[in-house]
Each structure stands twice: as C-alpha cells, then as structure tokens.
Ligand binder design. Structure first.
Ligand SMILES: [Zn+2]
Length: 235
C-alpha cells in the first residue's frame, strides 16, 4: 500500500470518528497492554484530545508480562486506572464445599461492565481497540461493527441520556495499518505485550506473536520506503 493510501485511510478514519467526538470529554479506554489497545489509547489521547482513563480486566488467564505491560504504560502516561477482577462464580453443590467457576472472556460482558463504570465516573466515551482482523471474514460476530452498534443501542436503552458511546476507531484498519498509525502517534511498541504466554520474552510462535511481527515487519519496510521517498523528494 502506498503512503498516499495510508494517509487517505487515516483521514477517513479520523473524519468518521471526529464527527462524533467532542474534544476534552472524559473517555474510558478498554486496555489490555497489547499493540491495538495501546494505539487506540494514544489515538484517543493525542488525536481526539480526550481526557483518558483506562479500564483493565484481571482474568485468570492473563500472564504476568501482560499485566506488567499495562502497569508500565499506565505509569509512563500517568493515567487514572480502573482495574476489574473478571467475574467468577461461586457454586456450592448440595452441602459440599464451594467451587469456583471461571467464565470465558466475552466482549459483551467487558463492555457491559465498562458501560456501567463509565456512567459512574461520567465518561462520555468508551474506546475499544478492536481492529478489522478481529472480525472481517470471521464467522463469529462478537467483534463486528453490527455487534458494537447493538451494544450501543443497549447502553442507550439502559442509561438514556447518560449512556456512554462505544467508539472503536481502528475497526476498519488491519494490523499493518494499525502499526503504521501507532508509529505516527509515537506508540512505544516495545512496552506493549501481545503474547499471552508466560516468560519474559514473547514466545514468537503463537498466532498473536506471528501477527504482531508481521505487522512490525511491514512497518519497517514502510519506514524504509518512506525514507527513500523523502530523500527523493528532497533531492
Ligand atoms: Zn506468543
């Protein structure tokens, strides 16, 4: 893709989002410490000029390094942070001892709780880092544009005029475009963590690692081309 195409895509995304966003409003960013939600965070803060807090979920499957990425980025940007223990269910079969049931992660649950929190703290927007690769061509609809408009409809029904609006500014960008956008915004990619495995270094083999390295390789190539382009322009 050419530099021009990326600029154009960025402008389109910006325009669509800006039309609905009032700068200086309060926003809650759903944050995982990964590449996509960090780009969404920088976009909300730097481009949309929102007063950003983050909300993160502590889930039993979260690795220590994912938790560390959230801590580190929060400290770097001096952000207000709301941490939520992902719900777990206590079950007592008959007179037996208590069992704990861990629920699977579900998009609707994440946003329902974040919606209630946003109302409580007066946040006008909830920002999510979902990207095109999360839903396009997928048979599961829980990250699709339609799913988010349904969630917004439910929030309006629940909270009326106080309802926060869910915004997913990266929804139509693929991971490579997200990497380029992140670079433009100054996202510290080395502080983010996409690999869900334990261990200081990412495993380099899981699907999250592969998609991430693919996107960052593309960014490298893009930057080399951009430099070439610039030197031609200046010559
Ligand atoms: Zn990995």
């Amino acid at each position: 893709m050419s530099l021009l195409a990326i600029k154009l895509e960025e402008r389109i995304t910006d325009k669509a989002i800006r039309d609905h966003i009032h700068p200086d409003s309060k926003a809650l960013v759903l944050f995982s410490g990964g590449m996509d939600s960090t780009v969404a965070l920088y976009l909300a803060s730097k481009k949309f000029s929102l007063h950003v807090s983050i909300v993160d979920y502590k889930h039993p499957t979260q690795s220590k390094m994912e938790a560390k990425a959230i801590d580190d980025i929060c400290k770097k940007l001096e952000l207000e942070r709301y941490s939520i223990d992902y719900p777990e269910i206590r079950f007592t079969p008959g007179l037996g001892s208590e069992e704990v049931i861990h629920l699977g992660e579900a998009n609707s649950l994440y946003y329902a709780i974040a919606g209630s929190l946003a109302v409580r703290i007066g946040a006008r927007y909830i920002i999510g880092g979902t990207i095109k690769n999360d839903w396009y061509g997928s048979s599961t609809p829980q990250a699709s544009p339609k799913h988010f408009s349904t969630l917004n409809m439910l929030l309006r029904r629940e909270y009326g005029k106080n309802a926060p609006l869910i915004i997913t500014p990266l929804l139509y960008l693929d991971k490579k475009q997200v990497a380029v956008l992140g670079h433009i915004l100054g996202v510290p990619f080395d502080m983010t963590r996409s690999c869900p495995k334990e261990g200081v270094n990412p495993c380099g083999k899981c699907s999250y690692c592969l998609k991430r390295s693919d996107a960052l390789l593309y960014l490298d190539g893009f930057l080399r081309d951009a430099t070439k382009f610039k030197s031609l322009e200046n010559s």
